[in-house]
Design a protein around this ligand. Structure first.
Ligand SMILES: [Cu+2]
Length: 213
């Protein structure tokens, strides 16, 4: 293949990838217009195949907190809970979507946890009362989480109709889901969304030197 032919083939590939898959750019604001961090933006195909992306994700226990605070995963995802602290944690969830417990452990638990049912999972630690994390398990491969600027980007979305959901662990009321259309060849679809979220009230975290925990 000559360099010119190669360049044409590359141009063709770039053209066709962008023609088939779009990006969704969401901006989530409070009713007062402030950016909302840690909101999950999920679009689920109304019909057709739901591609499975088998993944393993990590939620760390570090400095006696869960990092990150919010994680969004597709059903069938394995989650690892490595303990990066020099003392033990004992984490649990009573949520119907996944009830589990990893008893007092250091380092990395032997097995990751499988999240195979859609729903919200709240996770705590038996030893450190203030530790909290949330996992939203969804039947879709297309989702993102907002950063501090309230923005989330979902990439490589095939054209089609999707149900749009915005979720936050401290939402006062979840907005009704609505359908959106992602057009073929649309480079980017912009969504302006509103979430009314309560302020985070953390339980007191004693200093390590206090010797309490
Ligand atoms: Cu702990």
């Amino acid at each position: 293949m000559s360099p010119a032919q190669g360049a044409r083939l590359l141009a063709l590939l770039i053209c066709c990838v962008s023609a088939e898959a779009a990006s969704v750019e969401a901006s989530v604001l409070s009713p007062a217009g402030a950016p909302v961090e840690d909101a999950a933006v999920v679009i689920e195909p109304v019909a057709g195949a739901h591609p499975k992306r088998q993944r393993t994700v990590t939620i760390e226990q570090r400095d006696r907190d869960f990092i990150p605070y919010v994680t969004v995963v597709q059903t069938g995802t394995l989650v690892e809970f490595p303990n990066r602290d020099p003392f033990k944690h004992h984490i649990y969830s009573f949520s119907p979507a996944k009830t589990f417990e990893i008893k007092l452990y250091a380092d990395k638990p032997a097995l990751p946890i499988l999240f195979d049912k859609a729903g919200e999972v709240a996770i705590g630690c038996n030893i450190h009362d203030w530790m909290e994390a949330y996992i939203l398990v969804v039947n879709s491969a297309y989702f993102a989480k907002t950063g501090a600027d309230g923005k989330a980007m979902i990439r490589d979305v095939p054209a089609g109709r999707y149900r749009l959901r915005v979720w936050h662990p401290r939402q006062k009321l979840e907005a009704p889901q609505r359908e959106i259309e992602i057009g073929a060849g649309a480079a980017s679809t912009k969504l302006s969304l509103v979430a009314d979220v309560a302020a985070r009230t953390s339980k007191p975290k004693p200093a390590v030197e206090s010797g309490k925990y």
